[in-house]
Ligand binder design. Structure first.
Ligand code: PSU
Ligand code: MN
Length: 306
C-alpha cells in the first residue's frame, strides 16, 4: 500500500520520527469554498497546524497519485484548477488507475490518512444523511467509511443542510464513537448547537488522546468523531441561518441538483443568501477544528510514547 501512496518529504519524516501529523481534506478547498479565498484558507490551515507543533498533510489525488502532504504549488493547484474532480473512497482506485486528479472528501481522506499511518484529521463538517433520505437514499459515504477507519475526526458536527438526527442515528448504528468537545450539544456546523444532545463530553485534547489509546487497546478500528462547536460569538445568526437554508434547499430541488453536486451547490447558495456570513461562520468552524486536531495529534503522540 505504501508504494501506492506518495508521502511528501515533510510528512514522511514526521511519521518516521513519530511526530504528530494532521490530515486535512482537499474537497473543502476545491469544492467547498469560493476562489480565491480557498487558497488563502488552505495555506492558513497548514500554518496553523505547524504553529501547534504538528505536521500538516493535505491529501489529494494528482495525476493518478494519492498524495499525502502537498507542496505549495500542489496546494495552489487544488485551489485553482476547476477541472479537479470530487473523490470519495470508491473513486480512489479508479482515479489512480486512470491517472485522474481530484480533491478528496472525508471518506477518501481518512482512508488515505489511515493507510499512511496518520491518526487525526481536521475538517469543517463531515457528510451525513440528507433530508429526504427516504426518497433519495442519499447518505454520504463518509459515515460508512468512518465505521471502518481508525482516525479521530474533528468536525463542527454535520452541515445543517443534512438531517442531523438521522445522521446521529446512523453514527450509532455504525458504531462510530461520538464525543462533544467541551459541549453537551451536538454542534450545528454554522451554529454552536444543532439542538441535539451528545452522550459524552470531553474537555481536553489529552482526554481525546486517551480515548484513542483505548480504541487501540480494544482493537476497535472505527473512527472517533470529535464534535467541536463553532464559538457562540462566531456562529451564523440562527434566524438568518433558517431563512437561507430554506431557500437553498428549495433552489436545489427546483434546479434538480442531486448526487455529488448537492453539497457544493447548497454551500454556495447559502454564501450568496447570507451575504457571505455563512462563509465566515464556516471558516471559524474549520479553523477551530484544525487547531484542535493539531492539539489532539500532539497529545496522542505524547501518550503513544509514554
Ligand atoms: N464540509 C464543508 N465543506 C465541504 C464538505 C464538508 O464545510 O466541502 C465536503 C467534505 O469533503 C465531505 C463532503 O466529506 O463534503 C461530503 O460530500 P457528500 O455528501 O457528497 O458525500
Ligand atoms: Mn451524496
Amino acid at each position: 500500500m505504501t508504494g501506492t501512496l506518495r508521502l511528501s518529504e515533510e510528512v514522511d519524516q514526521a511519521l518516521r520520527q513519530r511526530r504528530p501529523v494532521v490530515a486535512l481534506e482537499s474537497t473543502i478547498i476545491a469544492q467547498g469554498l469560493p476562489r480565491p479565498r480557498n487558497l488563502e484558507v488552505a495555506n492558513e490551515l497548514e500554518e496553523m497546524v505547524r504553529e501547534q507543533g504538528a505536521c500538516p498533510a493535505t491529501i489529494a489525488v494528482l495525476d493518478g497519485r494519492a498524495c499525502v502532504g502537498l507542496d505549495a504549488a500542489e496546494v495552489a493547484r487544488v485551489a485553482q484548477d476547476p477541472s479537479l474532480r470530487k473523490l470519495g473512497r470508491r473513486d480512489l482506485p479508479v482515479a489512480l488507475a486512470l491517472g485522474a486528479s481530484g480533491a478528496t472528501t472525508v471518506s477518501a481522506t481518512v482512508w488515505l490518512a489511515a493507510a499512511a499511518g496518520i491518526r487525526v484529521m481536521g475538517t469543517g463538517g463531515i457528510g451525513g444523511v440528507h433530508r429526504g433520505y427516504s426518497e433519495t437514499l442519499d447518505e454520504s459515504a463518509d459515515l460508512q467509511v468512518l465505521s471502518t477507519t481508525r482516525v479521530a475526526v474533528v468536525s463542527a458536527g454535520v452541515k445543517s443542510i443534512l438531517d442531523v438526527p438521522a445522521t446521529l442515528e446512523r453514527l450509532e448504528s455504525l458504531s462510530v464513537s461520538v464525543v462533544g468537545y467541551q459541549t453537551e450539544q451536538f454542534p450545528g456546523f454554522y451554529l454552536h448547537s444543532s439542538g441535539q444532545r451528545v452522550d459524552w463530553t470531553v474537555s481536553t485534547p489529552a482526554e481525546v488522546a486517551a480515548v484513542m489509546r483505548r480504541q487501540d487497546e480494544l482493537g476497535i478500528t472505527s473512527a472517533l468523531l470529535v464534535a467541536n462547536p463553532v464559538p457562540e460569538g462566531e456562529q451564523l445568526d440562527p434566524e438568518t441561518h433558517d431563512r437561507a437554508m430554506a431557500g437553498a434547499l428549495a433552489s436545489a430541488e427546483s434546479e434538480g441538483v442531486s448526487g455529488q453536486r448537492l453539497t457544493p451547490h447548497l454551500l454556495s447558495s447559502l454564501v450568496r443568501a447570507t451575504g457571505g456570513a455563512s462563509l465566515e461562520a464556516n471558516l471559524a468552524a474549520v479553523r477551530g477544528n484544525v487547531r484542535l486536531a493539531a492539539e489532539i495529534a500532539v497529545a496522542f503522540s505524547a501518550v503513544a510514547e509514554g
